[in-house]
Design a protein around this ligand. Structure first.
Ligand code: UGA
Length: 464
């Protein structure tokens, strides 16, 4: 393999499309392969099929330059590719274990079309041990194919996917083949070099500000952020990292409950705790809990895979339990404050699992809306981006509204379920006159309590 490798990316979700767009803008020829014609059609038109700040412009520049080639056909790009990144989804099964069906079918399609010398890079999150099984499987399907297999877990966050892909806090690669590891690292080194020339002004401000505060790694030389390791180690890094972050949030939420009983304020507590450099402030923000397409799946997957090896992880089961309790915790707050919930008009602001994304997978906010409805409340909801996506998972009787003002009008209680900037910046003092009741639950601790109290609300946060 000489010069710049030709790359294929299989799967155009958050990871696949963002990686493809970045690599194409960094000068690589990239085939973006997906079996879903709607997704490929959107990319051909120069846009992403999901909302992610700044991504559309990267996709359109990539397509216009001819470097980003969206295709439904494995036969088009794979035979020319030197490196293929597999970025397909791994949804969880009913028992909590990950469904690896798409991983296997992608590997088969790659193996059938690949040329000798190809490097197959697994970016999808898979249970430890999957790579080894896939290597065996590929060798059965394409016994003559000479290839290398590399695990390269992805750490980007939705809502700042593009920024994270350009500014990698670390690159983790694992394989038996050292030369393949070097080759994959070369690709990311090129991305890191390209990242210096990017104009970040078009990125989603909220996430960028947040990232900038907690991402001092740009000072660290790229080589020191690159970790080459065993295949199985790389696989385990990814799920362990997500599990630990989920654990941190659940820990903060547990302490928040104690803070509520003792007059302590969880934000002050975690400011103090998190300033210990060994602990760190990030992911100690108490609130409604964690959701999304990754944490819930990865934590339950880790528990179930560990079990299959005869290892129990009670610490992670406790984190899940703690997380599940947060929806009821908020419902109870409203109940206690109002003396019951049935018949109350409640406005819920935020449906996505976090701000900056339209993704509602395993969203705690959606669970809260449905729970309030079940308890007999009349629920209205609003989200700046996720209304379409939310429809399917919401109870049909929940009224979706077109704005914050419409949502909160005449309500007895307002709940902030997702910490979108729009809600933080809203003029709650002027809005108060349109709201019937006083109850204001800031379930993401994202507003200034004093401002709300001065505006005439009975402010309740989580752990404060
Ligand atoms: C997560 C990881 O942060 C990424 O590093 C990883 O690459 C990704 O999963 C993945 O496996 O693909 P993401 O799911 O986009 O990223 O979301 P996060 O920003 O981690 O937030 C997860 C949930 O935790 C959200 O519901 C958020 O509201 C909640 N959260 C986060 C808190 O409740 N408190 C906090 O302090 C931080």
């Amino acid at each position: 393999m000489k010069g710049k490798p030709i790359i294929s990316i299989v799967g155009t979700g958050y990871v696949g499309l963002t990686s493809a767009a970045v690599l194409a803008n960094a000068g690589f020829k990239v085939f973006a392969v997906d079996v879903d014609s709607k997704k490929i059609e959107a990319i051909k038109q120069g846009r992403s099929h999901f909302f992610e700040g700044g991504l559309d412009s990267f996709v359109s520049k990539g397509v216009d330059s001819g470097n980003l080639i969206p295709t439904l056909a494995f036969e088009e790009g794979i035979p020319q590719s030197d490196i293929v990144f597999s970025c397909v989804g791994t949804p969880d099964k009913a028992d909590g274990s990950p469904n690896l069906e798409y991983i296997y079918s992608a590997a088969e399609s790659i193996a059938k079309n690949a040329k000798n010398g190809i490097i197959i890079v697994q970016k999808s999150t898979v249970p430890v041990g999957t790579g080894r099984k896939l290597i065996e499987h590929i060798s059965k399907i394409a016994p003559k194919l000479q290839y290398s297999y590399v695990s390269n877990p992805e750490f980007l966050r939705e809502g700042s996917a593009l920024f994270d892909t350009l500014n990698m806090d670390r690159v983790v690669v694992g394989s038996d083949d050292k030369a393949a590891l070097d080759r994959v690292v070369e690709v990311f080194t090129a991305v890191n070099d390209f990242a210096h020339s990017v104009d970040y002004s078009e990125f989603n401000d909220y996430r960028l500000n947040n990232v900038a505060k907690i991402a001092p790694f740009s000072e660290i030389p790229f080589v020191e952020r690159t970790f080459k390791m065993r295949l199985e180690s790389a696989e385990l890094v990814k799920v362990s990292a997500n599990a630990f972050l989920a654990l941190k949030i659940s820990f903060a939420n547990s302490i928040a409950k104690l803070a509520e009983k003792t007059d302590a304020d969880i934000v002050e507590v975690m400011n103090g705790v998190g300033s210990d450099f060994r602990i760190g402030r990030a992911f100690l923000y108490a609130g409604l809990g964690w959701g999304g397409g990754c944490f819930p799946k990865d934590v339950s997957g880790l528990i179930s895979v560990a079990k299959s090896y005869g290892v129990s992880l009670p610490i992670m089961s406790a984190a899940v339990e703690e997380n599940q309790s947060m929806v009821n915790h908020v419902v109870r707050k409203i109940k206690d404050s109002n003396g019951g919930i049935s018949g109350m008009n409640i406005a819920v602001l935020g449906l996505s699992f976090k701000p900056g994304t339209s993704d509602v997978r395993k969203s705690q906010s959606i669970k809260l809306v449905n729970k309030l409805f079940e308890e007999g409340a009349v629920v209205k909801a609003f989200d700046p981006q996720a209304m379409e996506e939310a429809k399917e998972s919401l109870n049909g009787n929940v009224k979706l509204t077109g704005s914050i003002a419409e949502c909160v009008k005449d309500s007895d209680a307002v709940v902030i379920a997702t910490d979108w900037n729009e809600f933080k910046e809203h003029d709650w003092k002027s809005e108060k006159i349109n709201i019937r009741g006083d109850i204001f639950v800031d379930a993401r601790n994202c507003l200034n309590a004093r401002d709300l109290i001065e505006a005439g609300f009975e402010y309740m946060g989580i752990g404060r």
